[in-house]
Write a protein that binds this ligand. Sequence first.
Ligand SMILES: Nc1ncnc2c1ncn2[C@@H]1O[C@H](COP(=O)(O)OP(=O)(O)OP(=O)(O)O)[C@@H](O)[C@H]1O
Ligand SMILES: [Mg+2]
Length: 331
Amino acid sequence: MKSIAVFNNKGGVGKTTFLCNLAASLSHHGGKKVLIVDADPQCNATQYMFDDTTVDEIYEKGGFTILDVVKPLAQGKGFVKALHVRESQSFKVDVIPGDPSMSLEEDRLASDWVQATGGDIRGLRTTFLFSQLLSQCGNYDYVFFDMGPSLGSINRAVLVAVDGFVTPMSTDIFSIRAIDNISLSLSTWKKKLERALEDVADSIDDLEIDNPCWHLQFVGYLTQQYTAKMVRGEKQPVRAFDKIAKKIPLRIEKQLIAHFADQELPSSTFDLGSIPTLNSLIPLAQSAHKPIFTLRSSDGVVGAHFSKVKEYEENIRDIAVRFGSQVGALL
Ligand SMILES: Nc1ncnc2c1ncn2[C@@H]1O[C@H](COP(=O)(O)OP(=O)(O)OP(=O)(O)O)[C@@H](O)[C@H]1O
Ligand SMILES: [Mg+2]
């Protein structure tokens, strides 16, 4: 089992849409067994993968959510005994649904982190809460975490636990800055965590975590395809976007590959691909609660949309293959 976070603290760069479709492709096309943990209090992944009746059932009838993993620990009752997953039939993946009340846990996790970095075992135990969850997920090929757009304490707890992360990017200067922020935050967290683990080396068994350490690896990034204009019948990139897009690989190499990839791989292998702008296919997929590549005429697909669906299927399949070989080489 490999655990992967889809992470960028910049909002609205397509993390959730990409994660759900990549997971669906790995399952539909690759026959992989996949679990998605929705760690974003916005619960967008949960709302995308389940119909409204199921979502109402989860939240109104008290279905199992990520909060049921976090709460017992927060209340001093230790780690959750049994995980209950819910299957999304259209995506062919299992899901631990998100919970809007997770935003209330953000503060608690933040103060536990302060205690953890001071060498407090209880604080460290909460910091490693998702490692404990992952230790119960050995029957999956991949466990993905959807995350909100922040460098907050829930996301830090996810990144402490997972094997690797993938970063979707948009083509703008804010995305380039976000790479610098991600790199700085990860380096700081790593240093603090390693120091705290050294401090508690004598009582490390009390943590009840197998091999507690920072092992996060950068797996790769995706860029958004930006608008191309037609010049003499040929598609040309818009120069303003092109200038920014050209800066991305170098910045990724310097800030993420150099610090967070232990294996010597060519930098080009970290470029997992480009996500096309899909316009109306996105709301169609959201309304049908389906992966984009499974959309049909009964979901409202008409005319030229059919070839877009087909192109997207090939694209996400290629990305899934590149993703799989990066995970194989790095983790
Ligand atoms: N390939 C795409 N083409 C066009 N629109 C897209 C595409 N992917 C996502 N979107 C739209 O962009 C918006 C943001 O997408 P999404 O929710 O996946 O981003 P996010 O990074 O997860 O956001 P957040 O940071 O809030 O979690 C949504 O309205 C979605 O419908
Ligand atoms: Mg999201």
